[in-house]
Design a protein around this ligand. Structure first.
Ligand code: C5P
Length: 285
């Protein structure tokens, strides 16, 4: 029991599509969004303790009680009434304030990891309300599927079949973006683009990235691009390298390009080094 350890990866996501469908009374916005999980992961290690939660992180600046990992652990402990504790270590690789859902994924992995470590035996339907409490993007990471449509705050989820594979080149500029601030600045659309998702899924299944580019969309992109001009430069640089399917993820600041093959992704990634941290990863299967 003493040496028992659970190690869980916490994947990042990108939004291939994000439209705002309305404003809610709880201060959030209703969304219609398409999440794709990717092979860029944080790594969480859980080990037992007699009592209390002890949290450490490879980035000491993130090892605080406000970290979503600590809040998730405290919430599960309180809700389940479990009397034991845990030691949790987070190896951080997903950049923060990037629109990749890293903090949300860590929170979901904490619920899943402690559920196992503590032998609670809760199924996803019991963990999801806790995930929702922790943040709008947490529930998507409780689900195992790589591709999901999100409605409501982004937390009413429906998985979509993913018979295709692709590679992503991610560029993270220095700018760190506050999600709340971007949502507060966005103008509510009069005409909504939710129809595009079907066409986008069809284009991706065909491997037609030029067509996919026509339907990839993020309502928050103009707001963030107007605030941080370097993001527009990154989009331009992708286009100049012959990558048409380029979008900002979530509220930013990561800009990503979709390409069919690893070799092309590596070539494009190399060319974009000067624009920020560049990561080349596969989509999850
Ligand atoms: O849920 P989370 O803490 O990640 O959201 C951060 C902020 O982003 C919220 O406080 C809200 O202002 C905004 N948001 C929103 N609508 C969503 C998701 C987030 O307005 N669907």
């Amino acid at each position: 029991m003493k040496d028992r350890k659970i190690i869980l990866p916490a994947p990042a996501k990108v939004n291939l599509f994000l439209e705002i469908t309305g404003k809610r009374d709880d201060g959030y916005h209703n969304l219609y969004t398409l999440f794709l999980k990717i092979a860029l992961t944080d790594m969480l290690t859980f080990s037992p303790r007699r009592s209390g939660i002890v949290f450490s992180c490879s980035d000491p600046a993130l090892a605080t009680a406000e970290n979503l990992v600590c809040r998730a652990a405290a919430l599960l402990q309180k809700t389940s009434g479990f009397s034991g504790g845990a030691r949790i270590h987070l190896r951080k690789r997903i950049p923060c304030a990037a629109g990749l859902g890293g903090g949300s994924s860590d929170a979901a992995a904490t619920l899943l990891g402690l559920n196992r470590l503590w032998g609670l035996g809760w199924d996803a339907s019991r963990l999801l309300p806790l995930a929702r409490k922790l943040g709008a993007d947490v529930p998507v990471f409780i689900r195992p599927e790589p591709l999901l449509i999100g409605r409501g705050r982004g937390d009413i989820l429906r998985p979509v079949p993913k018979p295709w594979q692709c590679w992503l080149v991610l560029v993270k500029p220095a700018a760190a973006v506050s999600t709340g601030e971007i949502f507060r600045s966005v103008a509510l659309p009069l005409t909504k683009k939710t129809n595009n998702v079907k066409l986008l899924l069809y284009a991706l299944a065909q491997g037609d990235y030029r067509r996919a580019a026509l339907y990839m969309y993020n309502r928050l992109e103009t707001v963030t691009l107007n605030k941080y001009s370097e993001l527009a430069q990154i989009k331009k640089a992708f286009f100049a390298l012959g990558v048409p399917a380029v979008l900002m993820s979530g509220s930013g600041s990561v800009i990503f390009g979709l390409v069919p093959q690893r070799e092309e992704a590596l070539r494009v990634g190399k060319q974009l080094q000067g624009f920020g941290d560049v990561m080349v990863v596969a989509a999850n299967r």
